[in-house]
Design a protein around this ligand. Structure first.
Ligand code: FES
Length: 68
């Protein structure tokens, strides 16, 4: 699914950026140049929601009891 129409960014691109170390909305916006001329910035809210969701999933995974 497309997250940013101006740059043709997909959800997968954002997830991959997270795996490469872009862990905040600000870092992802900078990484993909979403503040450059010609970009509208409307995707920032969606990117923020993706980052928040990924962080909450990670927190839940880290607190999950280990089964034996
Ligand atoms: S939709 Fe992402 S900068 Fe326009």
């Amino acid at each position: 699914m497309y997250v940013c129409l101006c740059k043709g960014l997909t959800e997968s691109d954002v997830r991959e950026a997270g795996r490469q170390g872009c862990l905040t909305t600000r870092q992802i916006i900078a990484e993909f140049g979403l503040r450059e001329n010609g970009c509208c910035g409307r995707c920032a809210k969606n990117i923020h929601e993706l980052v928040s969701l990924a962080k909450s999933q990670l927190e839940r995974a880290c607190h999950k009891p280990v089964s034996s």
